[in-house]
Ligand binder design. Structure first.
Ligand code: SF4
Ligand code: SF4
Length: 61
């Protein structure tokens, strides 16, 4: 099982991770990205590479 976390202090709520993730792992909630579906992660690392703030930590990336 992967471990994914979003640093709320760094996240600016741009939605890039929501739009980039092929498995709908993220949702925006109150202007921050939240991990809602980590079980469907395919470990492509697109979210980590796409986040402009470096806010995402991923155990496989
Ligand atoms: S891409 Fe990064 S800054 Fe943008 S919503 Fe996702 S975690 Fe937040
Ligand atoms: S590694 Fe890929 S599948 Fe997993 S959360 Fe990031 S973008 Fe989504």
């Amino acid at each position: 099982m992967v471990d994914i976390s979003v640093d709320e202090a760094k996240c600016v709520g741009c939605g890039t991770c929501v739009d980039t993730c092929p498995s709908s792992v993220y949702e925006l909630n109150d202007g921050k990205s939240v991990v809602v579906n980590a079980d469907d992660c395919v470990e492509c690392c697109a979210c980590v590479e796409a986040c402009p703030e470096g806010a995402i930590s991923h155990s496989s990336c």
